[in-house]
Structures are given as C-alpha cells and as structure tokens.
Design a binder for this molecule. Structure first.
Ligand SMILES: [Fe+2]
Ligand SMILES: [Fe+2]
Length: 184
C-alpha cells in the first residue's frame, strides 16, 4: 500500500472516530434488523456503529438490495464489541494493518484458550484477526440467516483473483461487502 493510501485511510479513521450514528441512521437500522440483531448492533462503540451505517449507505448508493448483504453490512464488525479496544489500540491496529498486514495476522493468531480471553500486547491484534469469527457466532445467536453469518465470518478473507470470474452468490456478495468496508 502506498503512502497516499495509508494517509487516506488514517485520515478516514480519525474522521470516523468522532462519528456517532444519527437518529435517521438508527431509524434505518431498525427497518433492517430484528430486535435481537439491533441489540447486538448497539453493543458496538458509537464510531463502529457509524462505520457500519456508512458501509450500508455505500451499498445502498450502489443500489444493492440483497437483505442478507445489508444486514451483514450493519453487523460485520459486531465481534469487536466482545473486547472493545481503546483509542490508541485502534490506532495501532489501523497503522499496523496498512504497514504490515502479515504481522497483524501472525500476532493475532492465538490458541483456543487465549482466543476466549485475549490479553497482553497481542490483544489488539487478536481482536483484529478474530472479530469476524466472534461476529459470526453473535449473528447466529441473534437469528441471522446463514448467508449473513457467512459474510460476517468471512469479511476479512481474501478471495484469490483467479476465482473472480467464477464466483458463487456468497463470494459475489462478499466482494461487495469488502469493497464497501474498505471505502468506509
Ligand atoms: Fe472488520
Ligand atoms: Fe468494518
């Protein structure tokens, strides 16, 4: 990733930090999510809720209307609410992801016991790597469709370029979610 892109993403992160969802945003969220899904949405930090709504708007602007995708947009980062990170921890993750994504992956991969209760200096990276799987579990408990659960669980998965001409419906939606997430 070049320096301009890193700068762009860092600026975007700072702007998102102070964001809180508006009452119109929350009304929109209520039209898409069930009561139990709204309950897990509101467990996220305000800035994460605002980010999720931004991802949703990016997809709606592209005239996406697949309900499973739209729900996944709102809940894709819900796993982060299990172990909320402080401001500086989130800054470290954003920068480390841009500079050395492989390091984040390595530092974040933990054994199953630590996975349940991340701690120490690797904690931030554990959350960065594990939150899709945690989010998928929470989405399942909140009664989301299997497709939404899969999209949440796979939202950081890289789809090989050679597969892009022969994609399943799930992979097609996953690429749309990832592009909107990256833009937001
Ligand atoms: Fe995420
Ligand atoms: Fe995200």
């Amino acid at each position: 990733m070049n320096a301009d892109r890193i700068l762009y993403r860092t600026r975007q992160f700072w702007q998102a930090l102070g964001s809180i969802p508006t009452s119109e945003d929350l009304a929109l969220v209520n039209t898409l999510l069930t009561k139990s899904q709204t309950a897990i949405f509101t467990q996220m930090q305000n800035s994460e809720q605002a980010h999720a709504v931004l991802v949703l708007h990016t997809l709606l602007d592209q005239h996406e209307d697949d309900q499973d995708l739209l729900v996944a947009a709102l809940l894709h980062d819900v796993g982060k609410s299990r172990f909320p990170l402080s401001l500086w921890e989130r800054v470290v993750v954003v920068l480390a992801k841009k500079i050395c994504p492989g390091c984040v992956q390595r530092w974040g991969e933990r054994d199953s016991e630590e996975d349940q209760k991340p701690h120490g200096w690797r904690r931030t990276f554990t959350v960065a790597v594990r939150h899709p799987a945690w989010g998928a579990e929470m989405a399942a408990e909140a009664g989301c469709s299997q497709l939404t659960i899969n999209l949440i669980g796979r939202h950081q998965e890289k789809i090989p370029v050679f597969q892009e001409n022969d994609l399943s419906k799930e992979d097609t939606l996953l690429l749309k979610l990832q592009a909107a997430d990256d833009e937001s």
